[in-house]
Structure formats: C-alpha cells, structure tokens
Design a protein around this ligand. Structure first.
Ligand code: ADP
Ligand code: MG
Length: 243
C-alpha cells in the first residue's frame, strides 16, 4: 500500500540557518504519528513542508505517492487533500460558525450553499457543536473554537490531517474535549500527524512517536516504548522535563 506521507532526506534552510537537517519518515494510511521535541527543533517547519506551506530546500515529500516538491504540481489540489489545524484557531471573527465552515467549501470545492451547509452541520455534530451553528467565534471558548477549526478542516474531505500543537493555547480544562475529538477521528481511521506536548494522547492514540531535536529525528518508535524506555540521552533529557 502506498504511504500517506513519505518524507525523504528533507532539508530546510531559513537563510544560513539549517532548520531541518535530513528528515526521513513515513506515515502509513490510517496511522497516527505524534511528533514531540523542544521548542525550535523544527516540528512546525516539518509539518508545514508536508503541505508546502514552507518550501523545502531539498528532499522529497510524497503525498499518497505523488511528489509535491515537483514544481509542476497543483498545490491547491494537494492542499485540499491535507487538512491542517494550528495552535491558533484562525476562524473568521465576523462570520458565524456555519459561515466559517462553508466559505472554503464553496470557493475551493465549488459546493452549493445547501450542500456546504449540509456537510458543515454533519461535521459540527461530529465535534459536538451542533448547537453553535449560528454563534460567532468570540462567543465560544478556546476549546470550542478549536473544535470548529477541526470541523472546518474536515468539511473539505481531507485524506489526512496535520495538527500543530492543537491544544497548546487552551486552558487546561478545555484540552480534553479537543483531544476526545481527535481520538474519535483517529478511531475512524483518519491518517494524522500531530505535533503535541500531550504525552498521554501520544501514548494512547499514537501508532508512532517521533522525537525531534535540532532539526533531526533523534528517535522514533512505538509511543509506549519511546516514552518509558527512551534510547537516546537527548530523548531522556527532554522527557525528564515534560513527564
Ligand atoms: P518548533 O515548531 O519545533 O518549535 P519551528 O519549526 O517553529 O520549531 O522552528 C525551527 C527553527 O526555525 C527555529 O529556530 C525558528 O526560529 C526557525 N524558523 C521557523 N520559521 C522561520 C521563518 N519563517 N523564518 C526564519 N526562521 C524560521
Ligand atoms: Mg512549533
């Protein structure tokens, strides 16, 4: 079976600064891969290279076998297959929840208003926010806004989802609801790559845990094994600070 995401010898420079120093990894279809590591280790840059929000300096990124570093590739088409959820929810403040979920569907997927609304409502139900269709983002908690952002991404029918610290901006009591939504999504077989500091989530939901430091993958493996028996000193040091 073709891997959902395959990254080969990926390098990324910002000016003189080499931020990704030869990254290789694979996400199989339906797998949940969690990425951990200290601030500045290149996690966000890696995630952003996977849908070319950042331009890799060299190396190859294959999405379901298609090389998206090829200059000929239709980026909009690639990105429509990859849902992305950020730490900051980036909802349009002047639009209702329903409108936030419909706008990209209508523009990029050319869906009618009725069809877009139907998809939006189904996804709001999925994240437990059916009663908030007409609310404005400012009237929602951070956790609810993040669940709206997830529902918005799902409304584009992505083949896979990338999450960049989706719960890091949330008050602790709001984290659980967002993780529950992600856990359910994983259970439905969604392919996911999740940068997170939630080690419990990584252990329970992740099929694979990747530890990055200084622009390289230091260690990867079954989450439980990496977390309880890290092989590298750098992994041990990092985990001793966060666990
Ligand atoms: P992480 O997500 O692990 O905290 P990042 O991928 O955000 O790490 O950043 C890795 C390194 O790349 C940092 O040193 C950061 O300052 C640098 N960096 C990230 N984005 C840019 C950018 N757009 N321009 C210049 N440097 C950047
Ligand atoms: Mg980051």
């Amino acid at each position: 079976m073709t891997a959902a995401i395959e990254v080969r010898d990926l390098h990324k420079y910002f000016g003189e600064n080499e931020v990704l120093k030869g990254i290789d990894f694979t996400v199989e279809q339906g797998q949940v891969v969690c990425v951990i590591g200290p601030s500045g280790s290149g996690k966000s840059t890696l995630l952003r290279c996977v849908n070319r929000l950042e331009e890799p300096t060299s190396g190859v990124v294959l999405i379901e076998g298609e090389d998206i570093t090829d200059p000929e590739v239709d980026l909009n088409k690639v990105r429509s297959r990859i849902g992305m959820v950020f730490q900051s929810f980036n909802l349009f403040p002047h639009m209702t929840v329903l409108e936030n979920l419909c706008i990209a569907q209508k523009r990029a997927k050319k869906r009618s208003k009725a069809e877009a609304e139907q998809v939006a409502r189904a996804n709001l139900e999925k994240v437990g926010l059916s009663d908030k269709v007409d609310a404005y983002p400012a009237h929602l908690s951070g956790g609810q806004q993040q669940r709206v952002a997830i529902a918005r991404a799902l409304s584009m029918d992505p083949d896979m989802m990338l999450f960049d610290e989706p719960t890091s901006a949330l008050d602790p009591e709001l984290v659980g609801d967002v993780l529950d939504v992600m856990r359910r999504l994983a259970g439905e077989g969604m392919t996911m790559m999740v940068v997170t500091h939630e080690m419990g989530f990584a252990r329970e939901v992740g099929d694979k845990l990747v530890f990055m430091d200084g622009g390289v993958i230091v260690e990867e493996g079954v989450p439980r094994e990496v977390l309880t028996n890290p092989q590298h000193v750098r992994t041990q040091q990092f985990l001793s600070k966060v666990l």
